[in-house]
Design a protein around this ligand. Structure first.
Ligand SMILES: [Zn+2]
Length: 498
């Protein structure tokens, strides 16, 4: 199951918006598109940047001030609008109201006339300075800096301006953004820029080299890593690795390729080419996932047991957009459950049932002390800011489904759901509809207990053995489970060991 390495992501994902009426002085705009141009002076540990950001007013009232945050040592020199005309602004290093160790540069740009609901504005900011991370705040993984060894520009340090106020509570209320981006990052020609988007241009005019990337999917973050990387590719898969970890990088690339082949066999082909990149980061800098890439710590390059994290991320390629806002995120439960099934299938382990029991016991403990788990149905975890539990309750829900219908039917359900809803978007009701269409077992009561009510909490509280989680829902003449793919195909086994 998912290790703690993605905790920063999980915390952010859990921070979904609550519904309440914000005051005028706390209205945030939503970023729709970024055009970023960054020059990195690694020797002097500085950056100079200009960014055009298109912002939309999704609020129900006009917004009079664009409020942005930047890293505390990044200084704004100029603000302009789409026509290039200069705009007034103020900037001040401020301390977060609800996180007194966290400081950022708050940029306030008056909008006159006020930006009406549904309208957009493009602003251009020129800024520069240093980046020294936020480890001193207790966010130990945020060790981001600009230097010749390793440079990281990401959302966590406000390395580029993001709508926000110095209040974590206010910023959470805005939810995760979804935007597109292009970025040109210029570095010394001894270095390479890694990003999960498509590399559209590489220009080397002399002692420097510019990498231009374009996002492939709607993104909630942009990550740019700069080091003396080596780039390995196979089809749509890319690994950016440090020189000393070339053996691990090859193993990761092979594992990703095998996983992609396996899921294509299980769930059917992806609708379009789906590039995916793994970017190595130093240990302790916090592994994180984006829409088309993951930042993976160096230790995972040296530890074959961490391959299950790749199974998790690659499985997300088969997710569909959610029509539920905010999403209850049971797709995280599916990805978490698939880590075990994939591991058992590809490497011959037998972890699926024992993992489910471990999660069940852990959840039983939480159920005893957390009243929300006993009252909120999992399909409402998005609106109730409980998606941190979607990884675990969702994993058990898909585990039970798998054991009730068996491997082949389970794969047909996931594949059919993807095929029907990949373009239009799906949701909890659509998942149940597809499951009942595909499965010979009527799954209505199962999903009523595990998705649409908190009854699952009583099931885990009473579960002594794995079958206690699902056996009561098996109401069919056919006994499923005998087609579970636990045997390891010789070709898969040899490929995994290559
Ligand atoms: Zn995930």
């Amino acid at each position: 199951m998912r290790t703690a390495t993605l905790a920063p992501l999980i915390l952010l994902v859990a921070a979904s918006p609550a519904v309440s009426q914000p005051a005028q002085d706390s209205l945030l705009l939503r970023p729709m598109h970024y055009d970023l141009d960054v020059h990195l002076d690694l020797d002097h540990q500085r950056m100079e940047a200009s960014v055009r950001v298109r912002l939309r007013n999704d609020n129900e009232m006009p917004v009079r001030t664009a409020a942005l945050l930047l890293y505390r040592l990044l200084d704004v020199r100029r603000v302009g609008d789409a026509s290039g005309a200069r705009r007034d602004f103020s900037q001040r290093v401020v301390t977060f109201a609800d996180f007194s160790k966290l400081q950022a540069n708050q940029i306030l740009i008056p909008l006159a006339p006020a930006l009406a609901p549904g309208h957009e504005i493009t602003l251009e900011l020129q800024y520069g300075g240093h980046l020294l991370g936020y480890a001193e705040t207790g966010m130990l993984y945020v060790q981001d800096r600009i230097d010749t060894t390793y440079t990281l520009l990401r959302e966590d340090t406000y390395a580029y301006p993001q709508p926000g106020y110095p209040s974590q509570a206010l910023n959470r209320r805005a939810g995760l953004p979804e935007y597109s981006y292009t970025a040109r990052i210029t570095v010394p020609s001894s270095h390479m820029v890694a990003n999960g988007g498509a590399l559209v241009q590489r220009q080397e005019p002399g002692a420097t080299v510019s990498y231009r990337y374009r996002s492939l999917k709607p993104s909630w973050r942009m990550d740019f890593a700069v080091a003396r990387f080596t780039r390995l590719t196979q089809g749509d898969l890319t690994v950016f690795h440090l020189r000393e970890d070339s053996a691990g990088a090859r193993r990761i690339l092979d594992a990703m390729a095998l996983t992609l082949t396996t899921y294509t066999r299980w769930f059917g082909a992806l609708r379009a080419p789906s590039p995916f990149a793994v970017i190595e980061i130093p240990d302790g800098w916090g592994s994180q996932a984006d829409a088309t890439s993951i930042l993976q710590s160096a230790s995972a390059f040296r530890d074959a047991r961490r391959t299950s994290e790749l199974y998790h991320e690659i499985s997300h390629l088969w997710n569909v957009p959610s029509s539920e806002t905010p999403s209850p995120r049971w797709d995280e439960g599916l990805a978490t459950f698939l880590e075990d099934v994939t591991s058992d299938s590809l490497t011959g382990t037998a972890t699926t049932d024992s993992s489910a029991m471990r999660v069940s016991r852990w959840l039983a403990g939480r159920v005893a002390t957390d009243g929300a788990l006993r009252t909120v149905p999992p399909n409402e975890y998005g609106t109730r800011e409980m998606t941190g539990f979607s990884y675990w309750v969702g994993a058990l829900m898909f585990y039970g489904l798998y054991r009730i219908v068996g491997h082949e039917t389970f794969c047909r359900i996931i594949g059919e759901y993807y095929r029907r809803y990949a373009t239009g978007g799906g949701g909890s009701a659509a998942l149940v509809r597809v499951s009942n269409d595909v499965s010979p077992v009527d799954l209505t009561r199962y999903f009523d207990d595990w998705l649409f009510s908190p009854k699952w909490s009583r099931v885990v509280a009473n579960a002594k053995r794995p079958e206690d989680l699902y056996a009561q829902y098996r109401r069919t003449s056919r006994e499923p489970g005998d087609d579970v793919e636990t045997a390891v195909a010789p070709t898969a086994r040899s490929a995994a060991k290559r």
